[in-house]
Design a protein around this ligand. Structure first.
Ligand SMILES: [Zn+2]
Length: 232
């Protein structure tokens, strides 16, 4: 079994256990057989078929959470691996604390996550074999590298049945405070000043934010991912 297949196997197993499956290994085999059939019938790669099966499984899991049959142990903090800076920004835009450091190595990532009781999100399937992960001290949610930031975000939202909430600073996960426009006038580009009235300053890094077209695009994409309406 290749690395990617192994990662899917671990992911399927952890979701099935979370769903209370009595025979998770049997379930994993069944999901692999389903993916193999899907790949053959639809002429797609085995990896794409496994990603599709994973998404369906997570949808099922999310429905179980919604109907209250299972409880999601919702993470308070996410630690994204070095390659997932884009996903960290999306998570913050959706209101979730997401840490990310450009050059952090896997060992350091796991230590930081353990200290904060954070969930690590990673595309590196080898991380699943680290001792602290196997022991259950650190939770790792593996996402397929090929599914892009939107696909990865959709999987994370499904996994814990998360919905977008008040956005956090996209750079540092800090809380954003609404500020009086005139008090920050010298920091606003003149064109933006003319058409926008709402401005926010991050409590963490002090950066000024406004909800321009870029912001609207992100919120619309989040709404599409969740298939529900998100407050502007
Ligand atoms: Zn900030």
């Amino acid at each position: 079994m290749g690395r990617i297949q192994h990662a899917f196997k671990t992911q399927f197993r952890s979701i099935l256990v979370g769903m209370g499956a009595r025979c998770p290994d049997k379930g994993v085999n069944w999901l692999f057989a389903r993916a193999a059939k899907l790949a053959a019938d639809s002429c797609i790669s085995e990896t794409d078929a496994l990603a599709h099966v994973a998404e369906k499984l997570l949808e099922q899991y999310a429905r179980a959470l919604l109907t209250g049959t299972r409880h999601a142990d919702k993470p308070q903090v996410f630690w994204c691996d070095a390659g997932l800076g884009g996903l960290a920004r999306w998570l913050r835009a959706a209101g979730y604390v997401a840490r990310w450091e450009e050059a952090i190595d896997d060992a350091e990532l796991l230590v930081r996550a353990e200290n904060e009781n954070a969930v690590v999100i990673s595309t590196d399937s080898l991380l699943l074999e680290r001792r602290s992960v196997v022991d259950g001290r650190v939770r790792v949610f593996w996402v397929p590298p090929a599914c892009g930031v939107a696909g990865q975000m959709r999987l994370v939202l499904r996994r814990w049945n998360l919905v977008p909430r008040e956005p956090l600073c996209m750079l540092c996960s800090g809380v954003l405070d609404r500020v009086d426009k005139e008090s920050v006038r010298d920091r606003i580009p003149p064109r933006t000043y003319r058409w926008l009235d709402e401005y926010y300053v991050c409590r963490g890094c002090g950066r000024l934010f406004w909800r321009g077209t870029h912001w609207q695009r992100i919120r619309n994409q989040l709404a599409t991912l969740c298939e529900r309406k998100v407050a502007p």
